[in-house]
Design a protein around this ligand. Structure first.
Ligand code: NAD
Length: 507
């Protein structure tokens, strides 16, 4: 049955296996024990990475601590820090092809998308460089003739950065250049599934002239490396992107020294479609929102709420467009949707679909694994599920696959209530030509980002983050820099004007 558009295996020679080691104190370390990453799309070993130990994580923290405390980076003029970040941005731009190829093979994402992410990451470094020179505080000149106060902003200190597999280099670049712009030093742990581009960045940082020890990279798993990075009392802040469950574990580990925690977690993001919307554009955005990165995206628009009057026609159009999306070999530049990250994750996605089917929902498209000619690894069909009720796990949990869940509504109030009946609050969207509907929705919905008549547009300037169990803190934009700054109030007396507290007793 021709129910979708398939791109078979491309005629591309695979690169040699990439070997990754830790970068600690400006030196390559480790490698006695290596972990293999098998490509989810091509089924071959892509990279072999040092398997980090507790001792290596601690050595990296010690290096970052020493680099922060001696001021080799934190006390540089912001202009000099910005110059290094700009050089890194240029070097990333020169490495787009090399980085995109390995990112594609490790993650399963399409090469065209990976190229866009690496090039876009360079822009994040450039934007952070500009922000570095804008750090400013407050001054209080109205406290009386003898007093003057200023509020300074200082780098928070040593920052642990822990990242996930779905956008490895992009998410790293939402954090690291902003922490560096603020003057922090860092210890980074990428996902064990997609470590290469993070390890490869070390070479670029070195070439750009970043002082040794300012950024340290430890490869490995959540246990022990991630847990040490979250728990160690020499670390002042941990910034994490990943699942809500691990985010909670990190919060608990960080409580030991009450280090600051910033969390970017999961989402179950609704798009609400009103009958007066540009339905053609809305249908296209829904299809983009759910299949981008095979739905393995915190911002996946995985549930839509469609007004009853247009639901049938709208879903038919979404199904029609879904059949035209190009699924297949991520190395073909034509491919729009690639592979599922692991076989276990593929089984989890299918489990949600089959449970919904068993509970009475209708799978109107897909609902099964996909064979891509010439590739033996894991893919999943574009899938649309209707007849879903709000209590079903498929309507509430982060499925993290190419699976669209459709609910219907009658009124704006009902739509907002359905959106907010969720543990998550990352992003939400509304489609209507009526500005009042859009504004009422934007104000009423519980989400860190609201898109009106668009989906997943993002900019380095615009803060990103979640409410409820989607996280705490914000990334990118001015707020993204502020997360890495600590506030110090300096209160000054002018002249010998202070009245003594202790005075001689009379009588
Ligand atoms: P994950 O939580 O399994 O892993 C993320 C990172 O945490 C990895 O580096 C992992 O090794 C590490 N880790 C695991 N256990 C740890 C522990 N006990 N202590 C410290 N570190 C530990 O997430 P994932 O599967 O890599 O990524 C998918 C998840 O990330 C999804 O839930 C997705 O929504 C979320 N995500 C959120 C955003 C956002 O900006 N809100 C962006 C992308 C992904």
């Amino acid at each position: 049955m021709n129910d979708m558009t398939l791109i078979p295996r491309a005629d591309v020679t695979l690169p040699e296996v990439q070997v990754n080691r830790h970068w600690i104190g400006g030196e390559w370390r480790g490698g006695a024990e290596l972990s293999d990453r098998v490509s989810p799309s091509h089924g071959v070993v892509v990279s072999r990475s040092a398997h980090g130990t507790e001792a290596e994580a601690e050595a990296a923290i010690a290096a970052a601590r020493a680099a922060f405390d001696d001021g080799r980076w934190s006390r540089l003029a912001a202009k000099e820090r910005a110059a290094v970040l700009l050089r890194v941005a240029d070097l990333i731009e020169g490495a787009v092809e090399r980085f995109a190829l390995i990112e594609t093979l490790e993650s399963g994402k399409p090469i065209a998308q990976a190229r866009g992410e690496i090039a876009g990451a360079a822009d994040l470094w450039r934007y952070a460089a500009a922000l570095a020179r804008t750090v400013e505080g407050d001054s209080f000149n109205g406290l009386g003739p003898e007093m003057l106060a200023t509020v300074l902003k200082e780098p928070i200190g040593v920052v642990s950065i822990i990242t996930p597999w779905n956008f490895p280099f992009w998410i790293l670049s939402q954090k690291l250049p902003f922490a560096l712009a603020a003057g922090c030093t860092c210890v980074v742990k990428p996902s064990e599934m997609t470590p290469s581009t993070t390890a490869m960045l070390a070479e670029l940082l070195d070439q750009a002239g970043l002082p040794k020890g300012v950024v340290n990279i430890v490869l490995g798993y959540g246990q022990p490396v991630g847990a040490v990075l979250a728990g160690d009392s020499r670390v002042d802040m941990v910034t994490f992107t990943g699942s809500t469950a691990v985010g909670k574990a990190i919060s608990r580990a960080a409580a030991g020294n009450l280090k600051k925690v910033a969390l970017e977690l999961g989402g179950k993001n609704p798009q609400v479609i009103f009958p007066d919307a540009d339905l053609e554009s809305a249908a296209d955005a829904v299809v983009f929102g759910v299949y981008f990165n095979v739905g393995q995206c915190c911002n996946s628009g995985s549930r839509i709420l469609v007004h009853e009057d247009v639901a049938e026609a709208f879903v038919a159009r979404v199904v029609d467009l879904s059949r035209q999306v190009r699924f297949g070999d991520p190395l073909d530049p034509e491919t729009q949707v690639g592979a599922i990250v692991t076989p276990e994750h593929g089984a989890k996605i299918d489990g949600y679909v089959q449970a919904a089917r068993a509970a009475g929902a209708r799978v109107v498209l897909g609902g099964a694994a996909l064979e891509v000619p010439g590739l033996g690894a894991q893919f999943y069909r574009p899938t649309v599920v209707t007849g879903v009720t709000p209590d079903m796990p498929i309507a509430r949990d982060e499925v993290f696959g190419p699976v669209l869940t459709v609910l219907t509504f009658r009124t704006l109030e009902e739509a907002i209530a359905l959106c907010n009946d969720a543990e998550y609050g990352l992003s939400a969207g509304v489609w209507s030509e009526n500005v009042h509907t859009c504004l009422a929705f934007a104000r009423g919905v519980q989400a860190g980002t609201v898109w009106t008549n668009t989906w997943m547009d993002g900019f380095p300037e615009v803060a990103f983050g979640g409410v409820k169990q989607s996280g705490q803190g914000r990334e990118v934009g001015r707020y993204g820099l502020e997360e890495f700054l600590e506030i110090k109030s300096v209160v000054m007396r002018i002249g010998r004007t202070r009245a003594n507290w202790v005075t001689a007793r009379h009588g």
